[in-house]
Write a protein that binds this ligand. Structure first.
Ligand code: PRP
Length: 173
């Protein structure tokens, strides 16, 4: 597959413990109201499925699929939704679930878009946060790990679409 794993950064136990903690925090943060957990595909698919099983209150699940335009396209940094949640966002607590915050560009753009739909609240839950984003307009309320600035794969994260299935998070050589 071109690149090999260098080291395990978070093993299965680390991840399971952290996901449990996040689930408890989220449960106590939302004592009332409708909660819609929105997973950003593809990277969040494993994290999301583990996380919602640790949240002990009623909720709904939906997904977002977004396409960012690269720097060399004419449409200059906008985000287009390839799949838009079917359920209405207005009046609900929306929790956007990300696998990793890197430059923060994805979140800046998506949050603007979601905010415009008048949710009751709008927060971010990220399993990994590199804390290198200089212009993150919306800080993540729930963060699993402060991640090292390395290329990370596994538990949903990919390199050229590979490695998503490995059950731990590793850095690449
Ligand atoms: C990755 C990752 C985050 C985003 C973080 O997604 O899953 O969504 O990049 O980077 P940023 O903070 O610099 O915007 P990617 O676009 O690779 O798609 P994927 O989720 O399908 O892997």
């Amino acid at each position: 597959m071109g690149r090999a794993v260098k080291r395990v950064v978070y093993n299965e136990q680390d991840i399971a413990g952290k996901v449990r903690e996040l689930g408890e925090q989220i449960t106590t943060t939302y004592p009332d109201g409708e909660l819609l957990v929105l997973g950003l595909l593809k990277g969040s698919f494993i994290f999301l499925s583990d996380l919602v099983r640790q949240i002990n209150r009623p909720l709904q699940v939906d997904f977002l699929v977004a396409a960012s335009y690269g720097d060399n396209t004419f449409s200059s940094g906008s985000v287009r939704l390839l799949y838009d949640p079917e359920t209405t966002l207005e009046g609900k607590h929306i929790l956007l679930v990300e696998d990793i915050v890197d430059t923060g560009r994805t979140l800046n753009r998506l949050m603007d878009l979601l905010e415009a739909r008048n949710p009751r609240s709008l927060e971010i839950c990220a399993l990994l946060h590199k804390h290198i984003a200089k212009e993150l307009k919306y800080p993540a309320k729930f963060v699993g790990f402060d991640a090292p600035n390395e290329f990370l794969v596994g538990y949903g994260l990919d390199h050229a679409e590979n490695f998503r299935h490995i059950p731990y998070i590793a850095s690449l050589q």
